[in-house]
Design a protein around this ligand. Structure first.
Ligand code: GAP
Length: 446
């Protein structure tokens, strides 16, 4: 069978598939939705968890110089004063006086005309809009009880730096990693889950001594992150590592790389990797009056370590896996008949379901029993799903959710103790003995 793959995917196709198969839904859909918030359906929840696990495995579990951490979303409000978020975490916004729509000034081609109602000279002067979401802590709703939902997870790590290095008995160079929710009151959320108001970040803060090796460590993290994306199958030609110029970086940053993916609407940032010097620890030491320096026992001296940060958005990365895996495939069988399918070519570690097990017929108890028993046996090792019915329709469904292997129990199985194994990408079907399945799947799904 010959096949051609349609590489270009539109966001309409992605959002339709996400809804149709239960990956991602609009939040509070029955009430008309709420801008910038999304819910992950049964398959989306597994997909996102797999993406986060893949990051955590590579960044924390496979290293002996990184520890994990999990801080609270609401922190002391002075945290955000010290970090600069209260004074400087804003976008410039403009309002249209005619249609009342609001825009980010840097997203507009011109400030002379409203992009929505096209009125001329209707936009206000740009003004600052702080992106942090506010709430109140405790029973009083006054300014004294005001607090913020964190706009990044990193600050929880900085304020705990001393607690962590002392209890984990770590010495720079070492890193602290955490995955968690962050909130930003984006002026114009959009592009599905790319720019949202509630999202998850995976952040690594890697502390190094000021011994002249800091740029090597920075480059090493960039390489590691490059490898991470490619080892999970993200197409290298759709990924770029954009080096920020001195003008584009914050004044305290010595280097910065934006990891970008070529989305259907253009390049968009997935992750930022930055050399932040001593800026963050210095800022918290200054405002809190507490010592966050590292005490080097051997050298009997204190110093403030330099910081290399890698900060990736898990919702954007999950969306990237979905888009990158998506193919609209047209096949021509040996009789010249054309068929089309949508298939997600997920890496087997990322696929929500790894092995689907089918009974050829739903009204034959002996086949159903055999297939259910096989699925149960594989369940502790793989993410499995049992299904039954029309095999063509079952393949189509599993292709659309990216399941690498489908196993079918048929009448012959009862005699030959073998099943038909169908490969998602090649659509090849092989007869494999049930006893050989652990070895076969172990090699391919792992
Ligand atoms: N601590 C550094 C930091 O927060 P950032 O570049 O502002 O850096 C890091 O954010 C990553 O978080 C971004 O590259 C992006 O993947 C994700 N992110 C930021 N704002 C987001 C939003 N509104 N929606 C979804 N993801 C977002």
């Amino acid at each position: 069978m010959e096949s051609t793959r349609e590489q270009v995917v539109s966001m309409d196709e992605i959002t339709a598939l996400a809804k149709r198969r239960g990956f991602i839904f609009q939040s509070s859909e029955i009430y008309g939705g709420i801008g910038g918030f999304y819910d992950y359906g049964p398959l989306g929840a597994i997909l996102k968890r797999n993406v986060k696990n893949a990051w955590w495995r590579d960044t924390v579990e496979l290293r002996d110089d990184v520890v994990g951490f999990d801080s609270s979303i609401i922190m002391h409000p002075l945290t955000w004063k010290a970090s600069g978020h209260v004074d400087a975490f804003h976008d410039r916004m403009v309002d249209c006086k005619v249609c009342k729509h609001r825009f980010r000034a840097d997203h507009l081609k011109s400030l002379d005309q409203c992009p929505d109602c096209e009125s001329k000279n209707s936009l206000t002067e740009p003004r600052n809009f702080n992106l942090m979401m506010k709430t109140h802590v405790g029973p009083m709703e006054d300014t004294a009880s005001e607090a913020y939902l964190r706009p990044e997870t990193a600050q929880g790590i900085f304020v705990n730096f001393k607690n962590i290095y002392q209890t984990a008995r770590k010495k720079p160079p070492f890193g602290i990693a955490q995955i968690g929710k962050s909130f930003r009151n984006e002026i114009t959320p959009g592009n599905f889950t790319f720019r949202v108001r509630e999202f998850e970040q995976a952040e690594l803060e890697y502390f190094v001594p000021d011994d002249g090796n800091d740029m090597e460590v920075f480059k090493d993290w960039v390489e590691r992150r490059k490898l991470w994306y490619s080892s999970y199958g993200i197409k290298p030609e759709k990924l770029r590592f954009y080096e920020l110029t001195a003008e584009e970086r914050p004044h305290y940053a010595k280097a910065g790389i934006d990891v970008e993916y070529l989305f259907p609407w253009g390049w968009g940032e997935l992750e930022s990797i930055a050399h932040r010097g001593t800026y963050d620890l210095d800022a918290h030491m200054q405002l809190s009056g507490k010592d966050l320096q590292y005490f080097d026992e051997a050298a009997k001296k204190k110093y403030t370590p330099l910081l290399i940060e890698s900060s990736a958005g898990m919702d954007r990365t999950t969306l990237t896996f979905l888009i990158d895996a998506y193919e609209n495939e047209t096949s021509v069988d040996p009789n010249g008949k054309e068929t089309q399918r949508v298939v997600l070519h997920f890496h087997a570690h990322i696929s929500p379901i790894q092995v689907a097990v089918f009974s050829l017929a739903r009204n034959k108890p002996e086949l159903v029993q055999e297939a259910r028993a096989l699925e149960e046996r594989l369940r502790p090792t793989y993410r499995t799903q049992y299904d039954e019915g029309n095999i063509g329709q079952l393949y189509r469904r599993q292709d659309e959710i990216g399941t690498p292997f489908c196993l079918t129990v048929d009448y012959d199985t009862l005699q030959d103790r073998a099943v038909t194994v169908r490969d998602r990408d090649s659509m090849r079907q092989d007869r494999i003995a049930i006893d050989s399945l652990p070895g076969f799947l172990g090699d391919k799904v792992g």
